[in-house]
Every structure is written in structure tokens, then in C-alpha cells.
Design a protein around this ligand. Structure first.
Ligand code: HEC
Length: 172
């Protein structure tokens, strides 16, 4: 290999290293592994969890999750409503999943998730908010909404449900 080629190779290697360690690409210290359909692994099998709503929630113009929806929680009825009446706040580790079918579609097209993690988000009683969506029935979901430190746009509206620990939907 002549000297010029070597220099080129070195320059290329340096460029790759540089791209690989971009300063603003801090690795997420606590990444949620990817599960089925590109959704977080923490919600695998969510449609077998306890369903909170009795009837499918209809599309509402004022709610940004446009479509029909079901809301699931990874807790038992016994835990949430020990004496038949729901108690608040939700326990640490609770995950509430809203699964929606967008207007005019016939497949699961968006999934909004609230995860309660002790110490995570002071202003939203430790709920982390994130939303995923996909364009077609065989596409993977992509993250479409969240915000520092836990979904600001989400929290701003969900604050209206502070009395029921930030979840509008209660166990029915
Ligand atoms: C303008 C108000 C508004 C905004 C903004 C909003 N939501 Fe909601 N969200 C609602 C309402 C109202 C419900 C109750 C169910 C329904 O009608 O869809 C709801 C339901 C949910 C639920 C099921 C639990 C519950 O509260 O009923 C989750 C999870 C959720 N939203 C996540 C999110 C995430 C994540 C974001 C941000 C990307 C977000 N929401 C932004 C109004 C909002």
C-alpha cells in the first residue's frame, strides 16, 4: 500500500470514529429494549392486560389521539381497586397503554404509553409519556411524541386529570 492510500484510509477511519461518537448522541442510560412491532418490550402482550374502559372510547375532536381507543394497564383489578373502588396514585411500575385505530383505518395505528417510574418526572407524579404510531398494518411502530423530561405536550393536557393521577381513563 502506498503512502497516499494509507493516509486516505486513516482519514476515513478517523471520519467514521468522529461520526460514531457525535457529542450530542449520548447513549440512553436506561434504554427500553425493543419488543414486538417496534414497540417497547415493556409493553409486550399489553392487549392481554386488564382493560380499563368498558366500552371502546370513541374519537373526540379535542383529543390528539384521533381514533377509537382501548386502554390497558399492567395491574390487577384487586391492586387498583382493593375494595371495589379505585385508589390513587397508581403503584410504581404501572404502565397504562392506550391502543388506537386511527380515523378511517382498520389496524392498530397508534399506541400512547404512560409509565410510572419513581423519581422520574416530578411535575407529572413520575409518569413518563411517550407515543408511537405506524402508517400500515405491516410497518413497525416509530416513536412520534414525547418531550423533556417526560412528554411536555402530553403532561400539559394530562394535568387536567391530576385528581385521578394523570390518567383520564379510570378503571370501569
Ligand atoms: C389535548 C389533550 C391531550 C394531549 C395533548 C395528550 N393527551 Fe393523552 N389523553 C387525553 C384524553 C382526553 C384521554 C382519555 C381517553 C381519550 O378520550 O382518548 C387520553 C388518554 C391517554 C392515555 C390513556 C390513559 C388516560 O389518561 O386515559 C395515554 C397513555 C395517553 N393519553 C398518553 C398520551 C401521550 C403519550 C401524549 C403525548 C404524546 C398525550 N397523551 C397527549 C388527552 C390528551
Amino acid at each position: 500500500m502506498n503512502k497516499l492510500n494509507k493516509t486516505l484510509l486513516l482519514a476515513l477511519a478517523a471520519a467514521f470514529l468522529f461520526i460514531g461518537c457525535g457529542e450530542d448522541e449520548e447513549p440512553d442510560p436506561d434504554p427500553d429494549p425493543v419488543g414486538v412491532m417496534g414497540l417497547p418490550a415493556s409493553i409486550n402482550g399489553f392487549d392481554t392486560w386488564l382493560k380499563m374502559n368498558a366500552e371502546t372510547i370513541p374519537l373526540k375532536e379535542e383529543v390528539p389521539h384521533k381514533g377509537t381507543k382501548e386502554v390497558y394497564v399492567n395491574q390487577t383489578r384487586e391492586t387498583l381497586a382493593p375494595n371495589g373502588e379505585q385508589v390513587f396514585p397508581y403503584p410504581d411500575g404501572t404502565i397504562i397503554v392506550k391502543a388506537g385505530t386511527g380515523e378511517g383505518l382498520d389496524f392498530l395505528s397508534f399506541v400512547a404509553i404512560m409509565t410510572k417510574k419513581a423519581g422520574a418526572v416530578e411535575e407529572a407524579n413520575d409518569w413518563i409519556f411517550v407515543k408511537y404510531a405506524r402508517e400500515s398494518a405491516d410497518a413497525d411502530f416509530m416513536k412520534v411524541g414525547e418531550g423533556p423530561p417526560g412528554g411536555e405536550g402530553c403532561i400539559g393536557c394530562h394535568m387536567a386529570a391530576a385528581e385521578t393521577d394523570y390518567s383520564f381513563t379510570v378503571l370501569e
